[in-house]
Design a protein around this ligand. Sequence first.
Ligand SMILES: [Zn+2]
Length: 325
Amino acid sequence: MNNHKELPQQVVEEWIKGTAGEPFSLGEARREMDITNLENSAKLRAYISRFRQQGLIKRLGTAKYILIEETLDALDWRSALGANPMPLNWPFELEERAKIFNGDIVLLAGEKSAGKTAFGLEFMKMNMYNSKLPEIDYYTCEMGAAEFGMRLSLHKDVGIDSWRFNGPFPKAIDHSTVINPDHISIIDYLDVREEFYLAGKYIGEIHDKIQNHQGMALVILQKNAGSKWGVGGQRTLDKPKMILNMRKSLLWVYDIKNPVDSKRNLDHLGWAFRLDEETSFANQQQVTVCGICDGVGVKDFKKCRGCGGLGYSFIEDEEYDDVPF
Ligand SMILES: [Zn+2]
C-alpha cells in the first residue's frame, strides 16, 4: 500500500473477503496491507467499524475480527446432468412445464382469497399416494383444526380418512427451524404481512435447510392485491425454482428455472379458472397474460388498457365452449 495515498474502502473490503473465515486483528490487517501512517490507520479502524455495522464482519472476544461468510449455494448439478426430477403432479399440469428436483423451492404468491389454500391442498392430494415421493407435511398459519377439516371434507373425491399427510402444523414464520428437509413441506402461508422485508430471509433459510436433501418445499406467500410479486419484493425471487403468481381467477408463471422443454415459450403463460369448492380450479383455460400490466390488470393506478383490466387474453385460435366465470 502506498502510504502517500488515502486508503480506499474497497481495498480493505477485498482484503477482508480474502481472509475467508480466518480471524484477524487490526495489527495483522495493517501489516498485510502495509499501512504505516496514522491517517490510514484511522481510516482502517473506521472501515472496520462500518463493516461491523453492515454485518460483513463480527468481533471475536479476543480483539480479533472474522468475516461472516454467506452460505454458498450448491451448483445445480442434477439438472445439468439431466437427472430425473421429482415425479410430482401439480395443478394446471405444471409438471409438463417445470422440472422440480429434490431440495427445490416452489413459490406461489397469491392475493387473499385467490385460491392459495386450494392450490396447496390440490398439490397435496395429487401427490400423497405416490410411494416414490417423500411424506408430505402441511403447515398452516391461518386455519384452525375445524376449518382445515372442513376444507378437506369439501374434496368429495377423497374420503376424510384417506388423506395422507402430517399435520396440519400451526406455523406462521421461521419454518426452517421445524421443517423436515427430507419431506415435502407445504407452507400455507408464510405470514410476513407485517414485516414483508423478511420474506427473502425466511425463504433463504428454508432453502439452506432443504438443499441437498430429499424433500422440497411449496412456499405460499400472501401478496397485496394489485402488486406483481409476493410480499418481500425482489429478494424473495432468488431461490425458488418455479415462481407462480395467483389472483382471483388467474394463475400465471413468473419464472421456471428448469423448464421441461427449453424451446417452449413460457412468457405470458397463464390459466384462467373459476374457484370451486369441490374441484378447486374449475374451467381451466390457458391464456396469454397481458404484457403491459403483467397480469395485474392495473397500470399506473388505472385499469390497464392492454387487457381492459382483465390481466390476460384468451388464446385466439382456440375455441372454448365454456367461459371461466
Ligand atoms: Zn393489462
